[in-house]
Write a protein that binds this ligand. Structure first.
Ligand SMILES: Cc1cc2nc3c(=O)[nH]c(=O)nc-3n(C[C@H](O)[C@H](O)[C@H](O)COP(=O)(O)O)c2cc1C
Length: 452
């Protein structure tokens, strides 16, 4: 029985009742994405009939936090420590001589739009986009694999434009360009929860082989095979692999494209990939991701590790939440066990410094549920005074992924300290309690009545 990658994950989702199947024909242009978006990208859906193609499409696998934990076999409480452990103790991979991904190897007449039902999502998008592609590069010096999701615009035939905002990948490509040599690259579709999470670790910060981090996370070596035409390894049980090169000194216009925050991003010249070989399993499944905030949950989980460790070095942290509505990067809620005056402000410093992307942070006490927006609002309403508890850092470097930053090129960062004072004043902030509330069996009082 397969244990790794998309098919194994889909079997598990099916058994748990999480995977929905759509048997109505959908158009990959707008309609398929519209259905994913309607369910907030939190309901995994397999589209069995996609207009103009025999290949089914699966999407919205990774947008729901509890499903993500369950599929990784971890709890919310242990997530941070399990991820830290996998980064600190990467485990070996297993290289197989062959795997199902090699069932079909195509080297001629590659026309990606004809071969696969590649969706178009928004009205002004420049083309159809592969939005879930895992881009694999190999560091020629260390042999380490860099794996990360990049959006890929289909230009024509076998040509794709690639948006790379990563310092390491950009450096690797520009070094090859200086030597006028192409960079080999594989694009993988049909992966699972563990590999996506491992892919979201920053190569620059940790310098790890992400396949090895994946092996540590999944608790068994990830099974890889060598690509057909390039010196890069890919998961043996993935669905589709596009092997190609990024030719030096070649750029094509990329965008517009409706991005994670719901706006169209900048249009500009970007490197391209020429696909030389396509490998795919028999009856392949095309994996997609509607470009929106939920789809970046895996990225947010890694950011929570960074937020937690940064704040933990200053104060006693209870939990952190890098919110989905804030694009899994701009907004953070942090609960702390306040021990000294000033802990709230120190936590603000730690949180805002944890990443250039964290723009607004709210610090609360350990009695506030940071996954309940009403509880956060309650704490701000009752425990914060702006003249004392609002910290503004004007003109810091922010993220180009939101337009108010791109307007000025800098971002104002804001911290709200919504923690209560210590000492005698703390009594004024104790919550009113109903004795026995937790023990009431509510079904006995209004049988059959359900709150909407
Ligand atoms: C669904 C999804 C789409 C993403 N799209 C892009 C993208 O188009 N370009 C990019 O540079 N990063 C994108 N990212 C973020 C990178 O995959 C992520 O930052 C990764 O960890 C970078 O790894 P690196 O440090 O090895 O470059 C995306 C992430 C997700 C989850």
């Amino acid at each position: 029985m397969e244990t790794q990658m998309l098919r194994a994950a889909m079997d598990q989702l099916r058994r748990k009742g999480y995977l929905q199947e759509c048997n109505k024909e959908v158009d990959p242009k707008f309609e398929l994405g519209a259905v994913l978006k309607y369910y907030k990208n939190e309901v995994p859906i397999l589209f069995n009939k996609v207009k103009g193609s025999k290949v089914p499409v699966v999407g919205a696998l990774f947008g729901e936090r509890d499903i993500y934990y369950e599929m990784l076999g971890i709890t919310h409480e242990e997530r941070i420590f399990r991820i830290i452990d996998a980064i600190a103790n990467p485990k070996p991979t297993k290289l197989l001589s062959k795997g199902p991904i090699m069932e079909n190897i195509i080297t001629r007449n590659i026309d990606l739009q004809r071969m696969f039902p590649i969706p178009t999502f928004h009205e002004e998008d420049s083309s159809s986009y592969i939005t879930a592609g895992l881009v694999v590069l190999k560091d020629p010096e260390t042999g380490k694999s860099h794996v990360s999701v990049r959006r890929l615009q289909i230009n024509k035939g076998n040509e794709i434009s690639i948006l790379v905002a990563s310092p390491l990948a950009t450096k690797q490509f520009s070094e090859m360009e200086k030597q006028n040599k192409p960079l080999e690259v594989a694009i993988v579709l049909g992966y699972d929860y563990s590999l996506l999470l491992a892919s979201q670790i920053s190569s620059e910060t940790y310098g790890v082989d992400k396949y090895e981090v994946d092996s540590a996370l999944r608790g068994e070596p990830i099974e890889l095979v060598k690509c057909h035409s390039i010196d890069v390894e890919v998961p043996a049980f993935s669905e589709i692999v596009l092997e190609g090169i990024m030719p030096p000194n070649k750029r094509e216009i990329e965008g517009p494209f409706g991005e994670l925050m719901g706006y169209y991003g900048a249009v500009g010249p970007h490197p391209i990939v020429e696909v030389k070989t396509v490998m795919h399993r028999n009856n392949p499944i095309f994996q997609t991701a509607f470009p929106c905030r939920e789809e970046h949950l895996s990225n947010g989980l890694i950011r929570e590790v960074e937020l937690y460790t940064s704040v933990k070095s200053l104060v006693d942290v209870k939990d952190v939440n890098v919110t989905v509505a804030g694009g899994c990067r701009f907004h953070a809620f942090v609960s702390i066990n306040k021990r000294s005056d000033g802990d709230g402000k120190s936590a603000i410093l730690g949180a805002l410094a944890s990443s250039k992307d964290v723009k607004h942070v709210v610090i609360v006490d350990n009695d506030v549920d940071i996954y309940d927006p009403s509880d956060i609002e309650w704490a701000i309403a009752t425990r914060m005074q702006a003249s004392q508890d609002l910290v503004i850092i004007p003109g810091a470097l922010g993220s180009g992924l939101e337009p108010s930053h791109t307007l000025r090129g800098v971002t104002d960062k804001v911290g709200i300290d919504a923690t209560r004072p210590l000492g005698d004043a703390a009594r004024r902030f104790e919550r009113a309690i109903i004795p026995g509330y937790e023990d009431i069996d509510i079904k006995k009082y209004l049988p059959g009545f359900k709150l909407k």
